[in-house]
Design a protein around this ligand. Structure first.
Ligand code: NAD
Length: 670
């Protein structure tokens, strides 16, 4: 479709005449059929809800079609309305717009739905099995139209993918405010989600899917590289590096697919299982995993060769992770590092495939016999944990990868608990990300070049590297290692060919780094060294944006890890300090009801307004979380917030006094 027709199609929104029904495309990955969670009354309600988007003259045709979709797939996606044009991150001027900020948002959300980026693009799922950008195609079409028409004194309110409408605001207000999956707390069980989502009134936005900030698996490669490097440093001979050491894990999906690439960047051997052959083939074709095996004995021989030669290589097993763990445990194979990245935040609807069933059998059973399926998942987790326990006894360092592996295993009755009621294994946030990154303010800052030109991305890489090199000259010793890891990352990022979709880069940075890099980008846009605006953002998986007791706030030990004030304060604070769009979600990563997470997007167009906004918003966006972490007595955060207060007299944070343990214990002596 040529550019003019594309623009026309966007401006049209929901077409007045019905487009032809679309055949079901079997060449791409589709979301698993969702379980039938509605009674007849609720099914009628779901249908009425869906028809709200369309002129009544079409209802006779659409009602039976949508009823059939609900019956067949458990959801109404409105497949017929999927546009005929290719959805991808085009250059910003291709989007019809009155507001440059709104056009940048169109680019970002389009990237989340690109066939090459999204996990189940036709069901509008970006990653994580259920991480949705929209619930249906009508919401997509309407949102694009609103964004194309809006001006810089309007704000689009979005309720779980549904564009409620444009409301008058002002130029410093966010252009879009997004909420996903927010419910009354007592109704936040996964069955509630199934029902609300099937009714078309709520969606699971994951972390960055529903906030249009997903940048493909690169987003997670950097964090995973940092995690693997630092996990390696925890081994008894950690100072010798990762050459010849083995990391075993699972998942070649949206985020998990980053593991083999990251492991190779870190210099180790990765052995990774996935049951979905489409996921394996996709990552293999992209070069993110080097070799694929279906025979475990052949795989074992290959592994030993790689170990002997200290090759940095990634080896996929097309099959169930339990089979892989059991094989290694039975054969007493030495494994140094282990984790799991199946989608256990969503265990009963396709996030975890139990051992002993084929992929197809599992997909059928989760719909036809959900109770039996649940039992199979639990049995499988028990077996998986048993094998992992045997290998950790033999020296393997295992960590939970923020996918609710330990949580669901414990619920399944697997042997993962210590006597004191805590988990046997740490989460990667407790041991690594929390103390080494988040408490110092380092988190997954990212940017996207809206020209969609690789040359602009190369310029931003150079600018970011220069900023870090300058910071290293006078940075305190506490953060030198982080800065050095990040410098190495950004300098080799282009060679590692990490871009899938938009011209994006991720870089762990602290408050000072984020601000200095953003200022330099804005200046470069103004001076036309970068040819179009740059979008800033971050993963929700960060210092301040997310309250998640089993992940981002797992290293908060003052009892407040189950509160969500920080995430809510953060999104409110970002929105009045100049964010271009903000979002706050229930769920994401560890599962519905288990986390509140938020994020922002910010367009740098080279203006003085952008310069003012970036300084005001980024400062809060990082220091809010450091302040909370310092109040929880985390020593790295105490160090960081004191340092921040020294350099900014207007920052005055309440500091914690530390009680003497003897005084506390004395109060409870019998
Ligand atoms: N890497 C991180 O830092 C990080 C951060 C946030 C969240 N996570 C969590 O990691 C999980 C994975 O995320 P994703 O986006 O890759 O999800 P995904 O659903 O795209 O991928 C998971 C993959 O696991 C495979 N799988 C499921 N059960 C399996 C089994 N028993 N054996 C082998 N393969 C199996 C699936 O086929 C799928 O391809 C999610 O729970 C996510 O929230 C990880």
């Amino acid at each position: 479709m040529n550019i003019n027709n594309f623009k026309k199609a966007v401006l049209q929104g929901i077409p007045l005449d019905l487009p032809k029904p679309k055949p079901f495309d079997t060449t791409i990955s589709h979301a698993p059929v969702r379980k039938d969670s509605l009674n007849e009354r609720e099914k009628k309600l779901a249908l009425r809800n869906a028809l709200r988007y369309f002129d009544p003259k079409h209802h006779k045709v659409l009602a039976p079609e949508f009823a059939e979709e609900l019956k067949k797939y458990g959801r109404i996606y409105m497949y017929r309305f999927r546009p005929d044009y290719k959805i991808s991150a085009r250059k910003i001027d291709d989007y019809p717009h009155k507001s440059v900020q709104a056009a940048a948002i169109m680019l970002m959300l389009s990237n989340n739905l690109d066939d090459a980026v999204a996990q189940h693009p036709h069901e509008l799922i970006t990653y994580g099995g259920n991480g949705a950008v929209f619930q249906n195609w009508a919401q997509y079409l309407l949102t694009m139209k609103y964004l194309a028409e809006m001006a810089d004194d309007q704000t689009l309110a979005m309720y779980s993918g549904h564009p409620m409408g444009l409301f008058p605001s002002h130029k410093d207000a966010p252009r879009v405010v997004i909420t996903n999956g927010l419910v009354i707390p007592n109704y936040s069980k996964s069955d509630d989600w199934e029902k609300f989502n099937a009714l078309g009134v709520s969606q699971y936005g994951q972390m960055t899917a529903g906030s249009f900030m997903y940048i493909g698996p690169q987003g997670i490669v950097h964090g995973t590289t940092i995690t693997i490097l630092n996990a390696g440093r925890k081994l008894p001979d950690g100072e010798n590096g990762l050459g010849g050491k083995v990391f075993v894990t699972s998942g070649l999906g949206g985020m998990s697919g980053a593991q083999p690439k990251a492991c190779v960047i870190a210099g180790a051997i990765c052995v990774i299982a996935d049951v979905n052959s489409k996921a394996v083939e996709k990552r293999h074709a992209q070069g993110w995993v080097d070799e694929v095996y279906t025979d475990l004995d052949e795989l074992r021989i290959r592994l030993e060769k790689a170990r002997k030669n200290k090759e940095a290589v990634s080896i996929a097993y097309k099959g169930n992770i339990v089979e892989l763990w059991e094989k290694f445990a039975d054969k007493n194979i030495k494994i140094e590092l282990g984790s799991d990245q199946t989608s256990l935040h969503n265990p009963w609807s396709g996030g975890y495939y139990p051992v002993g069933l084929s992929f197809e059998e599992a997909n059928k059973m989760m719909v036809d016999d959900p109770d039996r399926f649940k039992l199979e998942v639990q049995k499988s987790l028990i077996r998986q944990v048993n094998a992992i326990n045997r290998l950790t006894k033999n020296g393997m360092y295992f960590w939970d990868y923020g996918n609710a592996f330990l949580l669901e295993s414990s619920r399944a009755g697997a042997d993962v608990m210590k006597e004191d009621g805590t988990f046997k294994y740490p989460s990667y946030v407790e041991d690594i990300m929390g103390p080494m990154c988040f408490d110092f303010g380092f988190g997954p800052f990212r940017w996207v070049c809206t020209s969609s030109k690789p040359e602009d991305l190369a310029t931003t890489d150079e600018i970011a590297a220069e900023v870090i090199e300058n910071m290293l000259k006078d940075s305190p010793k506490e953060i030198k290692q982080q800065l050095n890891d990040n410098l190495l990352w950004v300098k080799s990022a282009a060679d590692n060919k990490l871009v899938v979709g938009s011209q994006a880069r991720i870089l762990y940075a602290d408050c000072e780094g984020r601000t200095r890099i953003a200022e330099a980008f804005n200046k470069a846009v103004k001076e036309e060294r970068i040819s179009a605006p740059v979008v800033l953002g971050r993963d929700h998986h960060d210092v301040s944006g997310t309250d998640s007791p089993y992940r981002e706030t797992a290293n908060i030990y003052d009892g407040s890890s189950f509160t969500a004030d920080m995430a809510i304060q953060n999104v409110i604070g970002d929105s009045f300090r100049g964010a271009t769009w903000v979002s706050i979600h229930n769920g994401g990563g560890v599962g519905w009801g288990e986390v509140i997470n938020g994020g922002f997007g910010m367009v740098l167009d080279g203006s003085d307004d952008s310069d003012r906004r970036l300084k005001s918003m980024l400062y809060w966006d990082v220091n809010n979380g450091i302040a909370r972490r310092s109040w929880a007595r985390n020593k790295e955060a105490v160090f960081s917030i004191k340092r921040a207060m020294k350099s900014e007299p207007k920052l005055k944070v309440t500091l914690a006094n530390i009680a003497d343990d003897d005084i506390i214990e004395g109060c409870f002596k019998k």
